[in-house]
Ligand binder design. Structure first.
Ligand code: ADP
Ligand code: MG
Length: 403
């Protein structure tokens, strides 16, 4: 069996079976309204295929980072109803994950029907580091299904109950989304066309510094913007005011800068920064100022790369034959700090080669700024997972499917 066979064939037929599907429905919400439904849309093909084949589809997913117990603002209910709209069919919703509501909802499914269970992370077992605790929760999940399809690309780098442990307990298959993501991202790791340019930004600084280590041996140019840039500027001895900063990473970053010099990888840092005295909130009109990157005022924080840098980044991107971009260049949610991100996204649409966008917020930025998704080679639904694939790490949620 290969991924070219139908999911139903891969699972020995799904008609009448309860198929647990781990999807990634972790969308940004404003209250209960979804501000970007990209991940829900990306989950539809697998769910629709299984339902069309007569499966009784039970979707497992998480939303946000609840602390192992129910929290109303992280309920998947609004996401379940959006999924129903996109599928064009009724989607049942269970108000718990492995409790009485889940049992009766799953028992009530007919062939071809779909249910979403409440946020798996409302259960401490989902993300527990203790194999037994996680396993006990996976046992409960496994009782709700006859087989399992792993389609939550954004979580395949996590050893979590609904991603990893449940696959040990049920016959399983890789979903359409995960298969597509892996196909494209492997093109970046196996002999990418050169020049290979990587653009990194966003706010999860320490998460992303690790990938740099690996890219120093692979990419031709590494452009750094977003929150992590201030750790680089500080490592060079510059004032970064109140900007995002990882003090404990300064030595590591100095090491990267040295190694880049030795290996011939060009690290491109912004030369100008858009600053303000406060992080943007709804209550206050932003007061953006452009300052040289080596002269940031101590009472300010950096919220975007400046116009000169945006131009330089765009030129560097356009020189690439393979470009991977993860992480917005600034706080793009506020228009005053979105121009660096816009310039980078625009340049990716113009390259003559493979352009790949990774990361939930980066993908959301592309759409929010009005770009046509088809102008990019591939928009990945997973940030951390795509970075770990690039790093060449084994992803637990993928490895477990190959057993
Ligand atoms: P992704 O989801 O694409 O992997 P991240 O989650 O790492 O990206 O980061 C996205 C967030 O980074 C956005 O919400 C954006 O506002 C924030 N961000 C970008 N630049 C900065 C900055 N200079 N300071 C603070 N936050 C930033
Ligand atoms: Mg993010």
């Amino acid at each position: 069996m290969t991924e070219h066979d139908s999911l139903s064939d891969q699972l020995g037929g799904v008609r009448g079976k309860r198929v647990l599907v781990r999807s990634d429905l972790n969308v940004p919400l404003d209250g209960t309204s979804i501000t970007d439904d990209g991940r829900v849309r990306a989950s539809v093909p697998t769910i629709a295929e299984l339902a069309d084949a007569g499966g009784r589809v039970v979707v497992l997913a998480h939303l946000g980072r609840p602390k192992g117990e129910p929290e109303e603002r992280y309920s998947l209910r609004p996401v379940a109803s959006r999924l129903g709209e996109l599928l064009g069919r009724e989607v049942a919703f269970a108000t718990d994950t492995v409790g009485p509501s889940a049992s009766s909802t799953v028992a009530g499914l007919q062939d071809g029907e779909v249910a979403v269970l409440e946020n798996v992370r409302f259960n401490a077992g989902e993300t527990s580091k203790d194999d037994d605790v996680r396993g006990a929760f996976a046992d409960q999940l496994a009782q709700l299904g006859d087989c399992f399809v792993s389609d939550g690309f954004g979580v395949v780098h996590r050893k979590q109950a609904s991603v990893y442990d449940v696959a040990l307990r049920l016959p399983h298959a890789m979903g359409r989304l995960v298969a597509t993501e892996i196909d494209v991202l492997r093109k970046l790791t196996v002999d990418p066309q050169r020049p290979y340019v990587v653009v990194l930004g966003g706010s999860k600084v320490s998460d992303k510094l690790g990938v740099i280590d690996n890219l120093l041996g692979k990419a031709d140019r590494l452009l750094i913007g977003g929150g992590m840039v201030f750790t680089f500027l500080a490592a060079q001895g510059h004032e970064v005011g109140k900007s995002l900063l990882e003090d404990d990473q300064l030595d590591t970053v100095r090491g990267y800068l040295e190694r880049a010099g030795q290996t011939g990888v060009e690290i491109v840092l912004p030369t100008d920064i858009v600053v303000d005295t406060e992080f943007p909130t709804g209550d206050r009109e932003p007061q953006p100022h452009v300052v040289p990157a080596d002269e940031m005022p101590a009472d300010s924080l950096g919220l975007d790369i400046g116009p000169e840098s945006a131009q330089a980044f765009a030129d560097a991107i356009r020189s690439g034959k393979t470009v991977f971009w993860n992480g917005p260049m600034g706080v793009f949610e506020t228009p005053a700090f979105a121009e660096g991100t816009r310039a980078v996204a625009q340049a990716l649409t113009e390259i003559d080669g493979l352009s790949v966008v990774g990361g939930g917020d980066s993908a959301a930025a592309v759409r929010q700024l009005g770009f046509d998704e088809d102008a990019f080679g591939h928009i990945s639904t997973g940030g951390g997972a795509s970075l770990e694939l690039l790093e060449g790490k084994e992803l637990p949620g993928i490895a477990v499917l190959e057993r």
